[in-house]
Design a binder for this molecule. Structure first.
Ligand SMILES: Cc1ncc(C[n+]2csc(CCOP(=O)(O)OP(=O)(O)O)c2C)c(N)n1
Ligand SMILES: [Mg+2]
Length: 600
């Protein structure tokens, strides 16, 4: 007898007969070959490669796909906007070293997901954006199909690789190529285009099974050259004022113990980039974070591990690094550890490039360091400690104040305590002042616990990152959000409530972008472009979907609301009203705003 159960509903992805697959005439049961189709081959191909979660948003042509994937045991997390699903996939990729999958409909859904794909590529997060698309021949002749768009061409310049599958027989190869492209070498975003017609194509199940590929060793280790390691260690050994810079590539590598050993066995002071915070606890005695403006120009040899000398590090030159003018180099020599050879010399000369995956490189460096490495001079360490202690004491004084109204510092002093008491919680952070103050005030204690706006300083990652962090880790998530930043993805509080995720969102509400005090220079009825509705009740958004809302105006109230959120693990939004005059333009990057030549 032919199988009559709908495979989609039994969780068995490939159990179709020719008649179910729509081959027309009823075939004599025993002889009819088991059939499969594009839907099931994609699901089987993903499952074969360990994909257990898809972040997406249904619609033509992928609605049935989401149902079948769920029936087949894949967790399908459905969002309210594709950009948030894309951001979720990207950060799932960062946290797990496996490509995060985002699934969208054609044209507008695809475009909504594309910002996240481009952002993932910029940040070296492995993700695959899978979008349904319209019919090739109609798109190519521009005959006006439903949601017509040449998606592959549009995606290609914005991601690491882009593929399209036209035949069911090629689904296995398409998925394998997408996975390899996303996670091997320098990770990034990959686009996989699946035209509507592909899903319904049928194939004999056995042939389908044989066409799938389980990718062997998707991110092969890349061992550094022994000469390169030797060159780097010689340079480091000769340093008088060495410094180590850790980037999010180092966090991604999941080589936590070796990275810590490298820092501790050399005794070299280190600076963590924002998402590398917690690789070693921020309270570590070798952290030079509180003396950043001293160590960057003063260091003579800097070893960069999984970070890039981009704008976030002032391109490795200019005044920040002790150069006279903004294009002038300081006197440092650089060792750079990175998987991508072309990263070297991107901004300044790299004297000792070490190319390979971070884990292998750090391992090789450790082997070369041995046990008798001479620690940096007491003079260098002492000078750093002096500045650090002074800055820490100054900050402690500011944090101890209890101004009315509450400001960034007094609110974040509470968040700092809560994170210290819950070091496994994942902190998501976006905004301008809300970002900068959180990064400098809130210490992280464990690797990959701080997720933020990354290389682009992009707003809108908040709720997508929060959902994914909770889903893939099961840990409590604390999202510290500027009120503007929150607005970019705020509707996903419904998603947080729907999946009952342990996410505590804290909106640092200063009534606007940077602050809430700007006035309309023309004096008309419109408020200034940076100003929002005063006293907005963001907490009610969470309440609307069954979560917990809290409106707080003091540090004590904030502490109570956050503690309760963490104790209950219920979706919570704390609307923390802070002084609307407290922020500065663009936070710490005011200087990037162009100045008008015309006098005001
Ligand atoms: C996608 C995107 N759009 C716009 C911006 C510009 N931008 C930078 S920070 C920010 C919001 C700052 O306000 P808020 O989140 O309330 O933080 P605050 O400084 O007030 O604490 C905006 C709109 C951006 N970085 N990304
Ligand atoms: Mg604000």
């Amino acid at each position: 007898m032919a199988t009559v159960t709908d495979p989609a509903l039994t969780g068995q992805a490939t159990a179709k007969t020719a008649e179910q697959a729509g081959s027309g005439e009823r075939v004599a049961g025993a002889q009819s070959p088991e059939m499969t189709d594009g839907f099931h081959l994609v699901i089987d191909g993903l499952k074969l490669n360990g994909v257990d979660t898809i972040f997406g948003l249904p619609g033509i042509p992928i609605t049935d796909f989401t149902r079948m994937a769920q029936a087949a045991g894949i967790r399908v997390i459905s969002f309210r906007h594709e950009q948030n699903a894309g951001n979720a996939a990207a950060i799932a990729g960062f946290l797990t070293k496996k490509p995060g999958i985002c699934l969208t409909v054609s044209a507008p859904g695809f475009l909504n997901g594309l910002t996240a794909l481009a952002n993932a590529t910029t940040n070296c997060f492995p993700m695959i954006l899978i979008s349904g698309s319209s019919e090739r021949e109609i798109v190519d002749l521009q005959q006006g199909d439903y949601e017509e768009m040449d998606q592959l061409a549009i995606a290609r310049p914005l991601c690491k690789a882009a593929f399209r599958v036209l035949h069911a027989e090629d689904i296995g190869v398409g998925i394998a190529r997408a996975i390899r492209a996303a996670v091997s070498g320098r990770p990034g975003g990959v686009y996989l285009d699946l035209p509507a017609k592909l899903f319904a194509q049928t194939l004999e199940a056995e042939a389908g099974r044989r066409s799938l590929i389980k990718v062997v060793d998707p991110a092969p280790r890349q061992l550094p050259d022994a000469e390169a390691v030797k060159r780097a260690l010689e340079l480091l050994k000769g340093a008088k004022r060495p410094l180590i810079l850790l980037g999010k590539g180092a966090a991604y590598a999941q080589a936590d113990a070796d990275i810590r050993a490298l820092v501790e066995r050399t005794g070299i002071p280190y600076l963590p980039m924002a998402m590398a915070k917690g690789l070693l606890p921020d309270t570590h005695e070798q952290s030079a974070a509180a003396a950043r403006s001293y160590v960057l120009p003063e260091a003579d040899v800097v070893m960069i591990v999984g970070a890039r000398l981009n704008w976030l590090l002032s391109h490795g030159k200019g005044k920040t690094w002790g150069g006279k003018g903004h294009k002038d180099w300081g006197g440092q020599k650089f060792i750079q550890v990175d998987i991508w050879p072309q990263e070297m010399d991107s901004n300044v000369r790299i004297d000792a490039p070490v190319v390979g995956d971070i884990g292998s490189c750090v391992c090789a460096l450790l082997a070369g360091i041995g046990d008798d490495w001479a620690r940096p001079s007491a003079e260098w360490l002492g000078a750093i400690a002096e500045r650090r202690d002074k800055n820490v004491a100054k900050m402690a004084e500011t944090l101890a104040k209890d101004p009315v109204p509450m400001n960034f510092h007094s609110a974040l002093a509470v968040v700092r305590d809560i994170v210290r008491a819950n070091p496994d919680a994942i902190l998501v952070n976006e905004g301008a002042n809300a970002l900068d103050f959180t990064r400098s005030i809130v210490d992280m204690y464990k690797p990959r616990k701080r997720l933020d706006v990354g290389t682009w300083g992009i707003m809108g990652i908040g709720m997508g990152f929060s959902v994914a962090a909770a889903v893939v880790s099961g840990q409590q998530v604390i999202a510290i959000e500027g009120d503007s930043a929150f607005g970019f993805s705020g509707m996903e509080v419904e998603t947080i409530c729907r999946y009952r995720l342990p996410v505590c969102v804290v909106v640092l509400n200063n009534n606007g972008v940077y602050r809430g005090t700007d006035v309309n220079p023309a004096g008309g009825p419109d408020v200034a472009p940076t100003v929002f509705v005063k006293g907005a009740r963001y907490e009610k958004l969470m309440e609307a979907f069954g979560g917990v809302g809290a409106h707080v105006t003091t540090p004590a109230e904030l502490r109570k609301a956050m503690e309760e959120a963490i104790r209950s693990r219920r979706p919570t939004l704390v609307n923390a009203v802070i002084d609307e005059t407290a922020g500065t333009e663009s936070g710490r990057i005011t200087s990037l705003n162009p100045q008008s030549a015309k006098k005001k």
